[in-house]
Design a protein around this ligand. Structure first.
Ligand code: NAD
Length: 286
C-alpha cells in the first residue's frame, strides 16, 4: 500500500486522514498541526515540515482553506515541491481556483510528479462517514493510482477530465448550492411576510418540482433559526469568488453568481461569516 502524507487537519481533513488510517494506509502528518496528537494516537507518524513529509511519502494530500495556502504549502520555504520525489503523486482536495490547480500541475510535472485536483462535496458528515463525493481533474493514470485512496474517503468518485476540471466542477456545485439557498431564503421571506406557515409550505413543496436537499435541510434550518455551521458563509464566499473569476477568465457573464457574490458580501458585512450558509436568509429585509 502506498504511504500517504496528509496536510491540513481541519474540519474536513482530520476525519479524512483518520479514514485513511482505518483503511490500513500508513499516514504521515505535520507535527506542527493542532490535531497531530489525535492522529498519532490513531497510528500516524509526524514530520517537522512539508518538505520532509513529502520526501518520505508516495502520495501527498492537501486539505487547506484556499488557493494561497495551497500555493504557499507547495512552493514556499520547506514546501512540498522542495522535498517531493519524482514518481510521487500530489493530490489537492481543498476547494481552490481551477487556474491555480492547473498551474500547480505544471510546476509538479517538471519534477516528474503527477498532480490531481480532487475537491469534495458532502461536508463534515461525509468526511466523517467516508461518503464524500470526489470530483477529479488530472490524467487517467494518476486517477487510477489514487482510486483506492479516494475509496477510503468517499463513495461517489468521478474522473471529470483534465487538470483543473475537478475544481471547475466544484465551483459549479457551489453556484448551484448558493443560488438554491438564496431561492429558498427569498421564498421563505415572501411567505413569512404574507402570513404563510413556513413548515406547512416546506412540507408541501418537498412533494413537487421545487423539491431539493436544500429546501429540505436548509429550509428546516431557516424555520428553526439554526445557523450553526455546517458550511460557513466565509468559505462559500471564497467559492463564489472562484466561480466568478473562472467566468471572467472565459469571458462569460454569470449574472446569478454576481448576485450571489453580493448576497455573500452582505452576510459577511452583517458579521455572519462564521455562520452556516443558510444564514443568507438573515440578509433578507423582513
Ligand atoms: P478548516 O479551516 O477547518 O481546515 C483547514 C486546515 O488547514 C486547518 O486545520 C488549518 O490549521 C490548516 N492549515 C492552514 N494553512 C496551513 C498550512 N500552511 N500548513 C498546514 N496546515 C494549514 O477548513 P475545512 O472546513 O476543513 O475546509 C478545507 C477545504 O475543504 C476548504 O477549501 C473548503 O472550502 C473545503 N470544503 C469544506 C467543506 C465543509 O463542509 N467544511 C465541504 C467541502 C469542501
Amino acid at each position: 500500500m502506498e504511504k500517504i502524507g496528509f496536510i491540513g487537519l481541519g474540519i474536513m481533513g482530520k476525519p479524512m486522514a483518520l479514514n485513511l488510517l482505518k483503511a490500513g494506509f500508513a499516514v504521515g502528518v505535520l507535527s506542527t498541526s493542532k490535531a497531530s496528537a489525535e492522529l498519532e494516537d490513531a497510528g500516524a507518524k509526524t514530520w517537522p515540515n512539508a518538505s520532509k513529509l513529502a520526501s518520505e511519502h508516495d502520495i501527498v494530500i492537501t486539505m487547506l482553506p484556499d488557493s494561497p495556502q495551497v500555493e504557499d504549502l507547495v512552493n514556499g520555504q520547506h514546501g512540498v515541491s522542495s522535498g517531493i520525489k519524482a514518481g510521487a503523486l500530489f493530490i489537492d482536495m481543498s476547494t481552490i481556483s481551477p487556474s491555480v490547480a492547473r498551474n500547480l500541475y505544471q510546476i509538479l510535472q517538471q519534477k516528474g510528479v503527477e498532480a490531481l485536483d480532487a475537491p469534495v462535496s458532502g461536508g463534515q458528515v461525509g468526511a466523517e462517514g467516508g461518503t464524500l463525493s470526489i470530483m477529479v481533474g488530472g490524467t487517467e493514470g494518476a486517477f487510477q493510482r489514487a482510486l483506492p485512496v479516494f475509496q477510503a474517503m468517499g463513495k461517489n468518485i468521478v474522473h471529470i477530465g483534465e487538470p483543473g476540471a475537478g475544481q471547475t466542477t466544484k465551483a459549479c456545485n457551489q453556484m448551484i448550492v448558493g443560488m438554491t439557498i438564496q431561492a429558498v431564503a427569498e421564498a421563505f421571506t415572501l411567505a413569512g411576510n404574507a402570513g404563510v406557515d413556513l413548515a406547512k409550505m416546506r412540507e408541501v413543496l418537498l412533494g413537487g418540482f421545487a423539491q431539493s436537499r436544500i429546501l429540505d435541510l436548509h429550509g428546516q434550518r431557516i424555520i428553526d433559526g439554526n445557523f450553526k455551521p455546517g458550511f460557513k458563509i466565509k468559505l462559500h464566499q471564497k467559492d463564489i469568488n472562484i466561480a466568478l473569476q473562472s467566468g471572467k477568465e472565459l469571458n462569460l457573464s454569470l449574472p446569478g453568481t454576481e448576485c450571489m457574490a453580493g448576497q455573500m458580501k452582505a452576510a459577511m458585512d452583517q458579521g455572519n461569516g462564521e455562520l452556516d450558509h443558510s444564514a443568507l436568509f438573515l440578509t433578507m429585509k423582513k
